[in-house]
Write a protein that binds this ligand. Structure first.
Ligand code: NAP
Length: 288
């Protein structure tokens, strides 16, 4: 679509943004629906974030995605937060309605959609084991808790962060939650056996360190249990290969990436996101 006098502008605020696939995904979606919209990458250093957010109002951008390192810092610059964003304590999507900025977090619902569409799994009454306690782990824990998970177990390198997340989940929902010690194996082994869903939500195994894998008792997994890795580059991590070798069903991070983007598209435009088009753009972009 050519840019016109009426083009609506969206984009990504991050630092850096050089490798993002989001412009390819969203611009393909706008074009497929014949929409006069565009999605641009904006490299915003941390000290410029407040000015950039004011720029969303001043330039009347329809909204933006927010990524590393701004997902938490942006909270205090917005006018309102959707409940999930408030609970997670991080925003990945900002919607601008006449200068009033609302922060959303589409990672939680994107993850739940990915589970449902990619693996036919719903966390209701299930036991979920989460490795990690960073932003992505928080989104998964809050999403699963609000979706009715029975028990959420959290293991993290820094134990205090796992404790904090488990306490937050219990305060938020009816789910039982417990922090596990990662070292000493016994605790984690029992949890691996108990889990209906295992979520690898640390940065281990992510490009350029694709050879790495969190220390995990794969042999304790039950056959057919669902194991997901939020890392999407590479599409299949060593963690997923090991889990599959142990008899698990596996789901990589690309489906969640796609779904959280599609949800942001819907929030900005009010239109049904063309998921198939967005998936093709993602696959094409990854192979370039
Ligand atoms: P983050 O907030 O920086 O958290 C990083 C997590 O990884 C923390 O729990 C950290 O533990 C742990 N960690 C880091 N290095 C480790 C190591 N050497 N050994 C064990 N644990 C280690 O990052 P994030 O935003 O949560 O992102 C986590 C992953 O999810 C990234 O790979 C990201 O690309 C992916 N992600 C994917 C999607 C998607 O749509 N598929 C969406 C969001 C994020 P400590 O607390 O001990 O530091």
């Amino acid at each position: 679509m050519p840019v016109s006098a009426k083009t609506r502008v969206t984009g990504l605020f991050g630092y850096p943004v050089g490798h993002t696939l989001s412009p390819a995904i969203h611009n393909a979606a706008f074009a497929s629906l014949g929409m006069d919209w565009v999605y641009l990458p904006f490299a915003i250093p941390p000290e410029r974030l407040a000015g950039a957010i004011e720029g969303v109002r001043a330039l009347d951008l329809a909204g933006v995605n927010v990524t590393v390192p701004h997902k938490e810092a942006v909270l205090s610059l917005l006018d309102d937060l959707a409940p999930a964003a408030g609970a997670i304590g991080a925003v990945n999507t900002v919607v601008n309605r006449d200068g009033f900025l609302t922060g959303h977090n589409t990672d939680a619902d994107g993850f739940l959609q990915a589970l449902r569409e990619g693996a036919g799994f719903h966390p209701r009454d299930r036991t979920v084991l989460i490795l990690g306690a960073g932003g992505a782990a928080r989104a998964v824990a809050v999403g699963c808790a609000l979706a009715g998970a029975g028990e959420i177990l959290v293991a993290n390198r820094t134990a205090a962060r796992a404790e904090e997340l488990a306490t937050q989940v219990e305060n938020l929902s009816g789910a039982r939650a417990r922090a596990l010690t990662w070292r000493g194996a016994g605790d984690l082994k029992a949890a691996a056996f108990q889990a209906d869903l295992v979520v690898q939500a640390t940065t281990r195994g992510m490009h350029p360190r694709a050879g790495e894998c969190p220390d995990f008792p794969f042999a304790a997994l039950r056959r057919g249990v669902l194991v997901t890795d939020l890392v999407y580059n590479p599409a299949e991590t060593v963690f997923l290969r090991e889990a599959r070798g142990g008899g698990a069903r596996v789901l990589g991070g690309l489906e969640m990436l796609l779904r959280q983007g599609a949800l942001a598209f819907g929030l900005w435009t009010g239109r049904e996101p063309p998921v198939a088009v967005m998936r093709s753009a993602l696959v094409r972009g990854r192979s370039l």
